[in-house]
Ligand binder design. Structure first.
Ligand code: ADP
Length: 262
């Protein structure tokens, strides 16, 4: 489940996040990455794991996820029951970096088990086994969360949030975003620049507070479709307009901006 990132992931830093993360790692300070969806948080963690030559365990949290999914559970076997470590326990034991993506999505009991791991104790209570596991010296916990999620009223409690240092992420500035799109989608720089410009325009729409994004990820999808020969307007329609909203009025506003750019 844990993996060593062997090939250097492409990551374009926006500021001092690489240095900050390195310092946090050296001091074993848990890290919270805040920012909207698809803005590069996961890629950043992969890049840092590679930089630090560190095993990485990534868990995408969802609203059905319980503490047992992270910590582990007894499984029925032919000759009784066997204990199976969950991904967090595995990382705590082996000293991997554990990345909990969208941590607020998980059920409340999951954030509680993080508390003793994220202070001076660095221990993980495993109730079922009746033990409290001391984390390997190289273990680091990294979580991400999207504070502005339109569809969710979920938030991190102060008692959890104040156990992490927080690095804020946002969509890259247009010039950087164009470089990222060109690299990831394999499109020429003129197309990448148009897509980055479009992204910037859409994030500043009057309706912008009704929508999430568009994310860098979506702009890369549009670029990839264009590279495959899909006409730009059609690519915008299927990968941008439809993905951003189901509301006909908002779709029309997005379509209008896209057709002014392409
Ligand atoms: P998040 O975890 O914030 O939802 P991701 O890390 O999955 O977002 O980013 C989505 C995609 O955008 C990545 O797969 C990558 O292609 C691209 N991307 C975003 N920001 C960067 C960046 N700074 N450097 C390189 N690629 C980036």
């Amino acid at each position: 489940m844990s993996e060593l990132v062997l090939d250097a992931p492409f990551y374009l830093p926006a500021g001092d996040e690489v240095e900050l993360f390195r310092a946090a790692y050296e001091e074993r300070i848990p890290v919270l990455l805040k920012g909207p969806t698809g803005c590069g948080k996961t890629r950043f963690v992969e890049y840092m794991a590679w930089q630090l030559a560190h095993e990485l365990v990534t868990v995408s949290c969802h609203d059905d996820m319980t503490a047992a999914d992270l910590v582990g559970r007894y499984l029925l076997a032919a000759d009784g029951t066997t204990w199976l470590d969950g991904p967090l326990t595995q990382a705590v034991r082996t000293g991997a970096m554990c990345y909990l993506d969208e941590v607020v999505e998980a059920r409340k009991d999951t954030t509680v088990i993080l508390h003793s791991l994220t202070d001076y104790r660095r221990t993980l209570p495993i109730e079922r086994l009746g033990v409290s596991l001391t984390a390997h010296r190289d273990f680091l916990l990294v979580v991400s969360y999207n504070p502005g999620y339109q569809a969710s009223a979920k938030d991190l409690k102060p008692s959890t949030r104040q156990r992490f240092m927080a690095i804020e992420f946002d969509y890259p500035v247009a010039e950087q975003e164009a470089t990222i799109i060109a690299h990831e989608a394999g499109v020429d720089s003129a197309t990448a620049e148009s897509l980055a410009f479009l992204g910037d325009r859409l994030r500043n729409l009057d309706e912008a507070d009704l929508i999430d994004g568009p994310s860098t990820r979506l702009l890369i999808y549009v670029g990839a479709l264009i590279r495959k020969g899909v006409p730009p307007q059609r690519a915008c329609d299927v990968a941008l307009v439809q993905a951003i909203s189901d509301d006909a009025e908002i779709q029309e506003a997005v379509r209008k901006v896209a057709s002014a750019v392409f």
